[in-house]
Design a protein around this ligand. Sequence first.
Ligand SMILES: Cc1ncc(COP(=O)(O)O)c(C=O)c1O
Length: 365
Amino acid sequence: MQLIPISKPSITPKEIAYVTDAVQSGWVSSLGKYINLFEKQFAHYCNTQYALTTTSGTTALHLALISLGIKAGDEVIIPDFTFVATANAVKYTGATVVTVDIEADTLCIDPKAIEAAITPKTKAIIPVHVYGHPANMPAINNIALKHDLFVIEDAAEAHGAMINGKKVGTFGDCAIFSFYGNKIITTGEGGMITTNNQALYERMHYLRDHAMTQDKRYFHTEVGFNYRMTNLQAALGLAQLERIDEIISNKAQIFTWYQQELGNIAQLQLNRTANWAKNVYWMVCLEIAGCSEVDRNQLMIKLKEHGIDTRPYFYPISDMPMYQHTNTPVTHDIYQCGINLPSYFDLTQRKIELISQTLVKIVFD
Ligand SMILES: Cc1ncc(COP(=O)(O)O)c(C=O)c1O
């Protein structure tokens, strides 16, 4: 029996042609035309002035944080419900991770919870656009303005998502994206930072390349990093970016098919979308009312026995031993009863019917 995976990339002759061209050009490392093209086109897509490639979404977050001067003694507010990279990148800088609760309907950071967590040490907020739904950036930016805080959007899972018609990646001081293999578009591993701040862009560019001075090659004035993407990855990324509208519209179609199958069952809740948001449905989300973590894990095992792969919702960051425990009731309520269903580009309506019918049988029999 072949497992229906949760995700797999959509690779067409365009991706193969661009990567082949990059390999054949001999520019296999971090110089080459695809790096510049990918950065330029990505900035154009997001409608920002600058875009900077990195080796991953995690290193993009780290680079953004250190370039903004975040350091030991500072506090950075993040949602308790996110992939661990959001927290780890803060930890790398020596700053303290402060996790706060989310809103049940968007699964994104709750602006009221941010305000309650601000102290004199707070320096930045990292809202996360979880599973393709944007966080409430206008409310978050108001808080940041009032308290003089930096905002880094974690858009790792939400390329193309919008708030009142404006794309994510444009709301904070900067934003990061991931191009890991399961993301909306992929470069294998890879990341991007978008910003409209020239000084910040230049600082990030400099630190990304071992902080090498412009005028003296191989002279370095501080400890920098090698967070450079390769031309091969950028070739793949550019091909994917040229197809992003098609990829996002497929994601919407996949969600609609699930909705047709599961949307009218009272105990089951699929992704909700705020009326101001464009959700890109990176992952189809399913919450089962009243389901415990044990029941949820059992369901996932049974689905796998039927050839259907799923994944659990993120565990609360504050339950992990490296981070401080916090009181986040919405996160703690929701994570237990949530799974992500297969959401990949080529998924057919027939397969979605099969997945949905199998799921309903297991849950309600
Ligand atoms: C919310 C979030 N932030 C950051 C990352 C880190 O991205 P990467 O895996 O490219 O390092 C991911 C993805 O994996 C993510 O989902």
